[in-house]
Design a binder for this molecule. Structure first.
Ligand SMILES: [Fe+2]
Length: 384
C-alpha cells in the first residue's frame, strides 16, 4: 500500500501560524519563512480592526486612544479563520480586538511607511527616443488606460499622449480625468504665448533653462500638463531632465555637494501682478528613508540670502555642479509639442525648459497637486 500523500497547503504570505506574548510584546509567526514580527499591546489596541474601534468604510479611528491603559496586556491570544485573523482578548475590558493578518503583514514589511513608487531613472541615452506614451482615446475610454498612463508618469516622471483635442476645453477634460485643476496666481487653466501677460519668462520667446515651477510656493505644484494649441514657426522644442537621476549622480560622485544641496534651504520669490510670494526648499529634498523626494530649482526665481563665508562658498560650488549637470546634453531629452500632443510631467522630479523660437506658439495647460495624483493612482490600483 502506498504511503498517503500529505496535501501541500499554499498559504498567502500574510497567513498567521501562531502568536504569543513575550517580553511585553505580541509576537506573531507567519506560515512562511518570513521573520516573526512584534507589536506592542498598546499599539495593537490603538489599531484594533473590530467594528467598535475602526470605521470599515473610511478607516477612521473610533477607539479612544487616550482611554487605553498604559499597561494594557492580553488575556488570550488566538489565531482565527485559518490564519487570516489575529484575535486578542484584553485583561482590562471585555471587548476582543481583531486584526486582519494582511494588515499586520503590511505594517511589518514597511514599518508602517508607504512604499516608494517604482521609478526608472533616465538620461538621454537610456531613454532613447521611445518616450512613454498612451493614446488619448485609451486614457479617456477606460480606467485601465488611465492607470497605464499615470503609472508611466510615476515611473518616468513624465508621459505624453497623442490624439488629444488641441483646445483649452479638451486639455481641461484631460486634467479632470486625473483630478482637478489647481488654482494659482496664473489662474486655473492657463494659456500663454509670447505676450508677457504675466511677469514671467514663460510669456516670452527666449530659451528657458531646466527648472521646476513654483519654487516660491510652500507646496510647489506636483504636476503640470502642457498642450500645444497652435504652432507656426521654428524652434521652441520642450526639454526635460530627470532631476532624480542627476541627484543620484551627485550623491555618488560628490557626497559633499550632495549634502549641501539637500541641507541648504534656498529661498525663492515671485513679485508682480499684485502678489509677493516667498518660500524656501532645498534643491534636493530627501524623505525620512533618505530617498530623493523633491527637486526645487529655478535660478531665475532664487531670492537673496547669505550664509557664513565657508558655507556660502560650498553652496556656490554645489550650485555650479548642479547647473553643469542639468545643462549637460547627456541628461536632456527634447520634443516638439505639436497640436494634439500633450505632455504631463512630475514637477517635483522632472525639470523642464524650452528652446528659443521664432513665430507664433500658443500653449495651454494646468497645474495639479501631488496628493491628488497619488490619490487617483491609489484608487485606480485598489481592488474594486
Ligand atoms: Fe516653467
Amino acid at each position: 500500500m502506498n504511503q498517503p500523500v500529505l496535501q501541500q497547503v499554499d498559504y498567502p504570505a500574510a497567513s498567521l501560524k501562531s502568536a504569543k506574548f513575550i517580553d511585553g510584546q505580541v509576537e506573531v509567526h507567519w506560515n512562511s519563512a518570513a521573520a516573526p514580527a512584534r507589536f506592542s499591546p498598546f499599539w495593537l489596541r490603538d489599531h484594533c480592526h473590530a467594528k467598535h474601534s475602526l470605521n470599515a468604510d473610511t478607516l477612521q479611528r473610533e477607539v479612544d486612544t487616550f482611554s487605553i491603559p498604559a499597561d494594557i496586556s492580553p488575556a488570550r491570544i488566538e489565531i482565527k479563520d485559518g490564519g487570516s485573523t489575529l484575535q486578542i482578548a484584553w485583561r482590562h475590558d471585555d471587548g476582543a480586538s481583531l486584526f486582519p493578518a494582511e494588515f499586520l503583514w503590511n505594517i511589518a514589511q514597511d514599518e508602517g511607511r508607504p512604499r516608494s513608487p517604482r521609478r526608472t531613472l533616465w538620461d538621454r541615452d537610456t531613454l532613447g527616443k521611445n518616450f512613454p506614451s498612451v493614446s488619448h482615446e485609451e486614457i479617456m475610454a477606460s480606467d485601465a488606460g488611465l492607470l497605464r498612463w499615470l503609472s508611466l508618469v510615476e515611473e518616468f516622471g513624465f508621459a505624453l499622449t497623442t490624439g488629444a483635442e488641441a483646445s483649452l476645453a479638451g486639455t481641461e477634460a484631460l486634467v479632470k480625468r486625473v483630478g482637478y485643476v489647481r488654482e494659482t496666481i496664473f489662474g486655473g487653466m492657463w494659456e500663454f504665448s509670447a505676450n508677457m501677460a504675466f511677469k514671467d519668462t514663460a510669456y516670452t520667446s527666449v530659451a528657458i533653462g531646466p527648472h521646476t515651477d513654483g519654487t516660491y510656493s510652500n507646496d510647489s505644484p506636483g504636476f503640470q500638463m502642457f498642450s500645444c494649441l497652435q504652432f507656426d514657426g521654428s524652434g521652441g522644442d520642450s526639454t526635460l531632465v530627470d532631476g532624480f537621476k542627476v541627484a543620484e549622480t551627485i550623491r555618488k560622485s560628490d557626497p559633499k555637494a550632495f549634502e549641501v544641496l539637500t541641507e541648504i534651504k534656498v529661498p525663492a520669490h515671485y513679485l508682480g501682478d499684485g502678489v509677493h510670494l516667498r518660500a524656501e526648499h532645498p534643491i534636493i529634498a530627501l524623505d525620512h528613508g533618505g530617498d530623493v523626494k523633491q527637486i526645487a530649482y529655478n535660478n531665475y526665481d532664487r531670492a537673496p540670502f547669505r550664509l557664513p563665508a565657508p558655507r556660502m562658498g560650498e553652496f556656490y560650488r554645489a550650485l555650479a555642479l548642479w547647473h553643469r549637470l542639468i545643462n549637460d546634453p547627456a541628461h536632456e531629452i527634447s520634443m516638439r509639442l505639436l497640436p494634439g500632443t500633450v505632455l504631463f510631467f512630475d514637477n517635483w522630479r522632472t525639470l523642464h525648459g524650452r528652446h528659443s523660437f521664432k513665430g507664433h506658439r500658443h500653449m495651454c495647460g494646468a497645474y495639479m497637486n501631488m496628493e491628488d495624483f497619488q490619490s487617483k493612482l491609489r484608487v485606480l490600483r485598489s481592488p474594486s
